[in-house]
Design a protein around this ligand. Sequence first.
Ligand SMILES: [Zn+2]
Length: 405
Amino acid sequence: MNSVAERFLRYAVVSTTSDPDSSTSPSSMRQFELLRLLEEELLSFGMENVHLSQTGVLYARVPGGVSGETIGLIAHVDTSPDSPGEGVNPQLHRNWDGLPIELSDGVIIDPSECADMLRYKGGTIITSDGTTLLGSDDKSGVAIIMETCKWLIANPDLPRPEVVVAFTPDEEVGRGVDNFDVDRFGAKFAYTIDGGEVTEVSSETFNAWSANWKIAGKEVHPGSASGIMVNAVRIAGELIALMRSEEMPENSSGLEGYDYPLYINGTTASAEVKVILRDFTTEGMVERRKRMETIRDCLSSLFPGSHIELTMKEQYSNPGEILKKDTRLVDYALEGFRQCDIEVHEGSIRGGTDGSRLSFMGVPTANLPTGGELFHSRREWVAEDGLAIALKGLKNTLKIWGKSH
Ligand SMILES: [Zn+2]
């Protein structure tokens, strides 16, 4: 195995599932196990300013570096709570023949469902044993950054920018940068190493809003309900019916946004519906929010006597506009990955990353690939060669930053 894959395998077996229901930081204390291991290794490499905060953010700086911009590298240590993450037992499928890979429990990884798997035919594919996720998201990113630090320290004369790194907890529960200290980090620009196939550098994420509905009806014995009852269950049903099904996640892809009713609960007296809105453009999001308000007004007039409360909140924003202000961040990365002799494109993530929030906290951040796919599932995989390409692409990117001064 190459060294980045070996490193990844060591990190993958440390359980770091985050917990959406916890109010502590980090959300699960088990994340400290990997953070402490990384802290020790960073110190043993000879990294400077190594600091593990009480809330589970690990910072460090590569010694030396030339003048110019300081570039930050970020990966998250937690794995998604959507899939089991305890007792990860990585499997190596050497000399992979390009056919579906069958794991235990009937878990099948079908290359036809993956964007870029056949690239690795003949090489080694790493999966879990089928009972857990693999945790390539984002321990691949962690391993790539650690190898990059080692390489930079071993090659002090290389023209390169100043490089700082950070490992965050709780990205998967949307709290990755809640306690992030931008000043301590010290980067002018950053890359999260948290993407998928090696052919995509991502510069955009969704704009994201939540729309929470509280519906109050009027309950009465159904036998004497005529003209009196206002049924919150019916109103909630009508609300979903008034939404556009063609704008829902199962009917949207590419650069299309969506309106997604993801939770419903209620009785005659009261009901609750949670909706999330996603759109790449600001104007598109304004439209989606307007549509929610129109539905509210419509329901209020359809159901006199009801009380309908709609609360909309911003969750994160597309950093695309910020990243366009200085195109070096994305351009250098595209060039760095092109130098790996692969077709690379600039992509848009149908979701958010720590980078979308960091960009609005003053550190423009783009997202680089790790080579893994089918994240958050027991079918998650990464190729040994994919890790190597992702590592090389990042090294090339830093070299380009170094030469640009
Ligand atoms: Zn991730």
